[in-house]
Design a protein. Sequence first.
Length: 46
Amino acid sequence: MLRKMSGIPESAELINNVTNLVTGLYGPDSSEWHIIASILRKHLEG
């Protein structure tokens, strides 16, 4: 089942790209990534 995310469809692809980039740079468990992810979520969700 596919559910529409809030916002534009491209935002999901953007998050995936940023996730992969930051994970490659800092590793999946880095505190920097959690901060960036939090900021991205707040920005995209309004």
